[in-house]
Every structure is written in C-alpha cells, then in structure tokens.
Design a protein. Sequence first.
Length: 84
Amino acid sequence: FNNEKRAASVRCPTLVIHGVDDEVVPFFHGQRLLAAVPEEYRACPFWVEGMGHNHIESRCRRRYVAVVAHFLQMTAPPPPAPGP
C-alpha cells in the first residue's frame, strides 16, 4: 500500500493508531504515515505499547475508546443551533 504518499493529500483530522510491537506492519511505518499527514490535520497518535498488528480495540478497549472518543469530540462540528 502506498499510504504514506496518499497521506500527503489528507485534508481532514487524522488519528493514527499503531501497535509498537507490530510485526506485520513495522512501527516505523506508523510514524512515517503520521509524519506524511499535513501537520494541521495530525491528531496526537495512539502508539500502543505491547501490542502488535491486531486486537488493539479489544485488548486495550478502555484506552482505545477514550482516545477515539476524544478525537471525535475534538474534531466533530458543533451541533446545529436549535430551530424555532
């Protein structure tokens, strides 16, 4: 996959989640992917210590949900004003 090249074209908030011990897609790929996203669209990454390529969302559920919820809260548009 040529994600790093495509990341330069991103024009929306982007959260990168990557297991530090990933043996399928080495961790440095996640770091390079984040660096390729334009700075104004980079969210604080979620580098998951002790995790590999799979199961971050189930084995680190609380932290995963907290990180994703925070990202969504910070990037979601404001709710519409109440109508008349």
